[in-house]
Design a protein around this ligand. Structure first.
Ligand SMILES: [Zn+2]
Ligand SMILES: [Zn+2]
Length: 177
């Protein structure tokens, strides 16, 4: 495991394009069924444009999530697009980019910029509404609740739905009148 690295030292950054390697663990706050923490790993392209820095790329996040079908915890990996702009503070009042698009904007004049908070936001934004442990996950039986990945049950052959069952009864009823 690499040591945490989620900083950009803007004083030492060369002009033009370079790359930084991002790695570390972030605490997320998304609710019970979502990862509490996630590891993040990836490379960002850094463009030093003198008055601002652009950080772009895609990092990989990984954390323990709950399957929306079978409710098991599993290790979930997701791609996180990163689009950050660091503006030097003197430009703050003439900021033409604020609120313009999905770019996250940080203001800092010098020194090391801590990217962890912004990266956390990116991870949360990129997290899907529902996660599934595998495309083949059979989930839980809707009538008896058994985990169909591990066991089978009597009700698997027909999709049990009380409304259709009632219709079947009607159809099977002998016409007595
Ligand atoms: Zn599952
Ligand atoms: Zn069942």
């Amino acid at each position: 495991m690499k040591p945490d690295f989620m900083k950009l030292d803007i004083d030492r950054q060369d002009y033009g394009r370079s790359e930084i390697e991002i790695s570390g663990t972030l605490a997320l706050d998304m609710g019970e069924d979502c990862p509490g923490t996630a590891t993040v790993q990836g490379t960002l392209i850094v463009d030093n444009l003198e008055t601002r820095f652009l950080l772009n790329g895609k990092v990989k996040a990984s954390g323990q999530s709950q399957c929306g079908r079978c409710l098991e915890d599993f290790q979930f990996e997701w791609d996180v697009p990163v689009d950050i702009m660091i503006m030097l503070q003197q430009e703050r009042n003439q900021d033409p980019y604020e609120g313009q698009n999905k770019t996250m904007i940080l203001h800092q004049n010098r020194g090391e910029v801590d990217l962890s908070e912004t990266l956390t936001e990116c991870l949360v934004l990129a997290f899907p509404i529902a996660t599934v442990c595998s495309e083949e996950c059979k989930g839980l039986c809707s009538s008896c609740g058994i985990d169909l990945n591990r066991q089978s049950c009597e009700c698997t052959n027909e999709d049990f739905d009380p409304r259709w069952a009632a219709l079947d009864d009607l159809e099977n009823e002998p016409e007595s009148k």
